[in-house]
Ligand binder design. Structure first.
Ligand code: IPE
Ligand code: IPE
Ligand code: MG
Length: 249
């Protein structure tokens, strides 16, 4: 009897009935993309926006329900001020220029992370984008801004302690669901698939609670080079995984 091993082939098509519901992406490698071309790191971030445009469009066309994009971590403030400022301006610029197209694609924008650190135009533009796309019923595009998994869990613990002191929750009866429902992602399903570009194989403080049973996919492709075909390759790989959630198949 021949042993049949199912492996992803380039011509193998995606099973549209078994798509991941929620795909999280660590968009990494912008700086290295620029360095390879002897350009300033900011040129890599600029090109990274093109990749976002293409992947959002591809995901929309495939009827993917939700994507969470890691755009700025709680640790990214450590970078030089001019790079941080450039990233903030790029975000504002993207939201302004893209909102019409996102509306046309029926994309609904949300955010996770501590937005209290954003002020002025940045904060206004984020809130405007959320409001303007709120009634869209297409792809849910969730942007992680000043997001850190540890920061999120710390905020949940603070909240629960406060409620315990005020007598609204009983410490002994705190459940996983009490934690889940206080996360920034309370209303969102856990990611089925996590993609990280640029060859790094780490989580970098992204969605620490939510990734417990997520399938992880790492690719050497740098984010500014990431195209629809790479995205589809990741989904094909996902479709060849066997998810067990600790049980038996
Ligand atoms: C990801 O690219 C973008 C952000 C973290 C905002 P990087 O800027 O981390 O690129 P590398 O990792 O230095 O190449
Ligand atoms: C993770 O990438 C954060 C984002 C993509 C926004 P980093 O480049 O900041 O992560 P490390 O420093 O390589 O772990
Ligand atoms: Mg990086």
């Amino acid at each position: 009897m021949a042993i049949f091993k199912k492996k992803s082939r380039p011509d193998e098509s995606i099973d549209m009935k078994r798509l991941p519901h929620h795909i999280a992406i660590i968009m990494d490698g912008n700086g290295r993309w620029a360095e390879q071309r002897h350009l300033p790191r900011t040129a890599g971030h600029q090109q990274g926006v093109e990749a976002i445009r293409e992947i959002v469009k591809t995901a929309s066309e495939m009827n993917i329900e939700m994507m969470t994009l890691y755009a700025f971590s709680t640790e990214n403030w450590k970078r030089p001020e001019n790079e941080v400022q450039f990233l903030m301006n790029l975000l504002v610029d993207y939201l302004r220029k893209e909102i019409e197209e996102l509306n046309r694609q029926k994309v609904c924008i949300s955010t996770i992370g501590d937005l209290s650190r954003f002020h002025g135009t940045v904060r206004d533009e984020i809130e405007m984008a959320i409001a303007k796309t709120a009634s869209n019923n297409g792809l849910k595009m969730n942007i992680a801004l000043n997001y850190g998994g540890r920061n999120e869990l710390t905020r949940v613990i603070k909240q629960l302690m406060k409620e315990a002191v005020e007598g609204q929750v009983q410490t002994e009866s705190i459940s996983e669901d009490d934690i889940r429902s206080r996360l920034d992602t309370a209303a969102m399903p856990d990611p089925d698939l996590l993609i990280r570009t640029s060859g790094e194989q780490r989580i970098s403080n992204f969605l620490l609670w939510q990734l417990a049973y997520t399938e992880l996919y790492f690719t050497d492709t740098l984010w500014p080079d990431f195209r629809g075909e790479h995205f589809k390759e990741a989904i094909k790989d996902y479709q060849n995984r066997k998810r067990r959630f600790g049980g038996l198949t």
